[in-house]
Write a protein of this length. Structure first.
Length: 414
């Protein structure tokens, strides 16, 4: 990680830096620029270009601000998950489980399936492939879809807190902190495990009390699955996860797995590339340059000076600040902004874990708290409309309970 520094800039450039930074984070908070069709990736591109154009980020320094291990890890995991999706792994495995459970356990099955998949794969992509499948299941079972869609969103957020590869912000933290995959999992895996049970309790209380859930699950056919196509991806995923646990750098291990899956005679590369969320990758690159420009202009240093008066060294105070920032600007931009605080803490290791825990679990508070939530809401349209209050009435207690447990757990293991 490059050193935090500020370089002397003329007043015009300094004003431009503040304007670009504020405008970019405004779009990250609102989801689009008022009056224009500029979304978060678009704002990241425009902001990054403007930082270079106004010489706030010098062209020869631009590459130094981009954390390539994070980009490689995210891209490689997208290819791995995309391959699993194309061979039908998610659809077949979840429906295989559902046929062997009582209908009353459909809700926890969706929660834990989303959570477990998201713990080892990228939660945004898990949501993308789970939503159409869950909609098809509840339609055939004649159930109200809302609780099960909320189960996908909240379950994937909670489950993803367990590992470095669970979500994009954890990948950032893993790269900047140097915490190993195994260390990360041992500290935050229990938070995810207990969190999924808390998630189930809240959703059951909100939607399932006193309802008759008798459904004929036997009528649901299993989709065909070609095991000859599934064998290689499953072996690759097992080897990649084993490499993570053994201590191989996550970006390198994931890249090796993705490269192995690209050597194929059965899947068209074009279809696999379509599984990649290119907008998210572009968003990351642009965000690196925007925050890099903010560092060069001294904006981040001023924020750090201000933060020292908030007593952020306290675990509970820091967690609250992370939760607020994550819901104002979404969790990835929040982590990018707050990452500069952590190295100066008395216990950076604990602070990195708290940042990962709080920024991830805070994503359950509102629809805009995480990209995974937005993916669920947008993918469910036009079949189901999920409004702000539909989400918030379960998102608030889930966030409160899981963060309280996460805080307690980290305080115990510190």
């Amino acid at each position: 990680m490059h050193e935090l520094r500020a370089i002397p800039l003329p007043d015009v450039n300094l004003i431009a830096a503040y304007s670009i930074f504020i405008a970019s984070y405004l779009v990250f908070a609102l989801g689009k620029f008022p009056g224009l069709k500029i979304d978060r990736p678009g704002a990241a591109i425009i902001g990054a270009v403007a930082m270079v154009a106004f010489r706030i980020v010098r062209p020869h320094d631009a590459l130094h601000f981009i954390d390539f291990p994070t980009i490689v890890l995210l891209f490689s995991m997208m290819l791995i998950v995309g391959n699993l999706h194309l061979v039908g792994f998610f659809e077949w495995s979840v429906e295989f489980i559902l046929r062997r459970l009582k209908p009353a356990y459909l809700l926890p099955t969706v929660i834990f399936a989303s959570g477990v998949f998201s713990a080892f794969l990228v939660n945004d992509i898990v949501c993308l492939v789970m939503v159409p499948f869950v909609l098809a299941i509840v339609r055939r079972m004649k159930l109200e879809p809302l609780p099960y869609l909320l189960a996908v969103a909240t379950g994937s957020n909670v489950g993803s807190v367990a590992t470095i590869t669970g979500n994009p912000q954890n990948m950032l933290i893993g790269s900047f902190s140097g915490i190993t995959y195994r260390d990360f999992f041992l500290h935050l895996g229990p938070v995810a495990f207990v969190g999924l049970y808390l998630n189930w309790a809240v959703l059951h209380w909100a939607f399932m009390r006193g309802r008759d859930r008798a459904v004929r699950v036997e009528s649901i056919p299993l989709p065909p699955l070609d095991f000859s196509r599934l064998a290689k991806p499953m072996v690759v995923v097992a080897v990649v996860i084993a490499g993570f646990v053994a201590g191989v750098p996550p970006a390198l291990m994931a890249a090796l797995g993705a490269a192995a899956l690209l050597i194929t005679r059965t899947i068209e590369p074009r279809k696999l590339y379509q599984e990649v969320d290119w907008g998210l990758l572009v968003f990351f690159v642009g965000l690196f340059l925007i925050v890099g420009g903010a560092e060069d202009a001294g904006i981040v240093a001023r924020l750090l000076t201000l933060a020292r008066h908030w007593n952020l060294q306290r675990l509970d105070v820091f967690t609250v600040v992370v939760v607020v920032f994550s819901n104002l600007v979404s969790n990835v931009p929040a982590v990018m902004l707050l990452k500069s605080l952590v190295p100066g803490f008395a216990n950076p290791h604990l602070a990195w874990l708290a940042l990962a825990m709080a920024s991830t679990l805070a994503g359950n508070l509102t629809i805009t708290g995480s990209v995974a939530n937005i993916i669920v809401v947008e993918t469910a349209k036009p079949d189901v409309h999920i409004g702000f209050w539909d989400y918030f009435r379960v998102g608030f207690p889930i966030t409160l309970l899981t963060i309280l447990f996460g805080l307690t757990w980290l305080a115990l293991v510190r």
